[in-house]
Write a protein that binds this ligand. Structure first.
Ligand SMILES: [Zn+2]
Length: 70
């Protein structure tokens, strides 16, 4: 079985909302790397997508509604 290459990534926040989507076909590899590292440093869960076409509904993060001061 060949290892599949992802066609994109979806980022789910700690509030379980989908806060970002990354289509590798439309995104420069360096930009994609930046987005992925930003999501990960934000504590998001990044899931790969393997289908040729996929879509997600990106919603505003709910954590920010109850943002606490650091
Ligand atoms: Zn959130």
């Amino acid at each position: 079985m060949n290892k599949r290459k992802p066609t994109g990534f979806v980022a789910a926040c700690q509030c379980s909302r989908v806060v970002g989507a990354l289509d590798l076909a439309k995104t420069e590899r360096t930009d994609a790397g930046k987005m992925l590292s930003r999501w990960l440093s934000d504590g998001c869960t990044v899931e790969p997508r393997f289908d040729g076409s996929w879509s997600v509904v990106v919603t505003p993060c709910a954590c920010e509604l109850t943002e606490q001061e650091f």
